[in-house]
Design a protein around this ligand. Structure first.
Ligand code: ZN
Length: 161
């Protein structure tokens, strides 16, 4: 069967940037499961998996607009060191999770540290990057009614609850 709305899809991938540096990959023997058509994965990848079936291999190239967005210079801020009270040592490269005013979770990276200010970058780490996914489709099945109601796949590779 082919991937279409409400398919449960299990796949392995290696994600690289356009220069071939590996950014992420599924661990050996652990496929990722997602529910097709429910925004479980980035839109540019989901679109290119449509119509594929188990055993298919493909390279999907996804531009930032259909992945994690463009890198926004205004998402880089200087904040006072006092805002990091409770953190013993603030270092470049540290990552924090923070909640925006409308409740969205976002990841913040420390990009510069001086005596009294800290520069943080609220861009997603993959923002502005063209993503190259090497994908192998492992299994495609119909999602259960419960999975469709929840908007995700249950069990190994999906949501366990
Ligand atoms: Zn669920």
């Amino acid at each position: 069967m082919t991937i279409s709305q409400n398919s449960a899809v299990f796949f392995n991938y290696t994600l690289t940037d356009k220069d071939g540096n590996v950014l992420d990959q599924t661990p050996e023997g652990q496929s990722l499961a997602y529910l097709h058509g429910h925004n479980n994965i980035i839109p540019g990848l989901e679109k290119q998996l449509e119509g594929k079936s188990a055993g298919d291999k493909l390279t999907a190239i996804v531009n930032p607009a259909e992945a994690y967005g463009e890198h926004q210079p205004e998402a880089i801020h200087q904040v006072s060191r006092q805002q990091f009270q409770g953190v013993d040592e603030v270092e470049v490269g540290m990552q924090f999770h923070s909640q925006t005013e409308n409740g969205q979770m976002m990841q913040i990276s420390v990009v510069n540290v001086s005596d009294d200010t800290i520069t943080i970058d609220a861009n997603h780490p993959l923002a502005g990057k063209q993503l190259h996914f090497n994908v192998e489709i492992i299994e495609v099945r119909d999602a259960t009614e419960e999975e469709i109601a929840h908007g995700h796949i249950h069990g190994q590779g999906g949501v366990q609850h």
